[in-house]
Design a protein around this ligand. Structure first.
Ligand code: ATP
Ligand code: MG
Length: 340
């Protein structure tokens, strides 16, 4: 296979890859299932399917936590095994990787090391701040805009970026995402009914119930285990309970967004007040989230088209458009532009 260019947006929940030669974006869950602690049993979507359902000897692991690579060996395992199944990185290719800004230099390096020091043997790696990649993906002319506020709401992080004329003015990576909201649902259901539901079930409930009250509130029948006895059964959970669980963590998000806007220089803030807030990341698809944010914060909110793949679509545009190459950096020890 001859050399190629790839755009990578690695998330705690899902890996998104743009393949220039194939002109496609592929997505796979960022999960590995190990049998007896060491043997790989399944990878990607297949491993995620087993999450919360596996017998004791199978363990599902997520190699990324809170937006950074927490297990580089697991992550390399995962990529190599996905490659064997047809998602291939051509040897010696070029990579453009979207990375979070509000993390350490070492954590940023890990994204590059992943393709430089693995079987992929990258020829070159360039990085771009995810906030910038997202803005490009959302169709924003980043270099011309005096003020943009973009929120990438993923599975384990919420990244807030204030951009101006193609650069990052402020950035915060909050450790809150869909998986945290799911834990709140699990906890509330446990307290209310003395039953245990899985992370997968909580995710299902969150996606189905959404945020805004419906005139006729639905009830969902879900599998669970009785606390104490561990006996499996089914239980009916009202949509209103799900919404209650989401309320507090989301109001914390609004507080963080407000605080960041307060720290934004006035001329940039003025432009943001006109344009509103852009929402990307998988959680932007949570039904009613845009309405909730505009109610709670008083902002105009725009959800990007196909929000989960907005950043990787930005990478696609950057790879194809030479004028956008200056938004990327080569990561080297001397380069201190990334040290905050
Ligand atoms: N239609 C939907 N409704 C509600 N939530 C959704 C929907 N689609 C995806 N999600 C949620 O979005 C999250 C995944 O988003 P995304 O792919 O942006 O995360 P990620 O990039 O892997 O994570 P991170 O950026 O935090 O490392 C999951 O928690 C998933 O449940
Ligand atoms: Mg993400």
């Amino acid at each position: 296979m001859s050399r190629n260019i790839y755009g990578l947006d690695l998330g705690s929940y899902e890996i998104k890859v743009y393949d220039k030669k194939q002109k496609t974006i592929w997505r796979e869950k960022n999960a590995i299932a190990f049998a007896d602690e060491k043997e790989i049993f399944a990878v990607g979507d297949e491993a995620y399917e087993m999450y919360g359902k596996t017998p004791d000897h199978i363990r599902v692991v997520f190699p990324m936590k809170e937006g950074v690579i927490s297990g580089i060996t697991d992550m390399q395992y995962l990529l190599q095994n996905l490659l064997k199944r047809g998602h291939q990185f051509a040897y010696g290719s070029e990579y453009v990787i979207a990375v979070p800004t509000d993390v350490t230099e070492l954590e940023k390096r890990a994204f590059c090391d992943l393709v430089l020091h693995s079987t992929a043997r990258a020829k070159s790696v360039r990085i771009v701040a995810r906030g910038i990649a997202d803005a490009v993906g959302a169709g924003i002319a980043v270099e011309r805009e005096p003020g943009i506020f973009l929120v990438n709401f993923g599975a384990s992080t919420m990244e807030l970026s204030v951009l101006s004329y193609g650069g990052i003015v402020l950035n915060r990576l909050l450790k809150i995402g869909g998986m945290h909201l799911d834990r709140e649902i699990i906890q509330l259901v446990k307290n209310r009914y003395q039953i245990l539901i899985s992370g997968r079930t909580a995710e299902f409930l969150r996606k189905e119930a959404g945020l805004f009250p419906n005139r006729q509130e639905s009830i969902y029948q879900v599998p669970c285990k009785k606390l104490g006895t561990g006996l499996p059964k089914y239980k009916e959970i009202p949509g209103t309970l799900v919404k209650t669980a989401l309320r507090e963590p989301l109001s914390d998000c609004v507080k963080e967004m407000t605080a960041l806007l307060k720290r934004t220089p006035p001329e940039v803030r003025q432009a943001i007040e006109q344009k509103g807030i852009f929402l990307t990341g998988g959680m932007a698809s949570l039904s009613g989230l845009d309405r909730y944010l505009s109610h709670a914060g008083g902002w105009k909110v725009t959800v990007a088209n196909q929000p989960a793949i907005c950043a990787v679509r930005g990478l696609e545009k950057i790879i194809h458009n030479k004028n956008l190459h200056k938004l990327t950096y080569e990561m080297s020890v001397e380069n201190d532009r990334w040290i905050r």
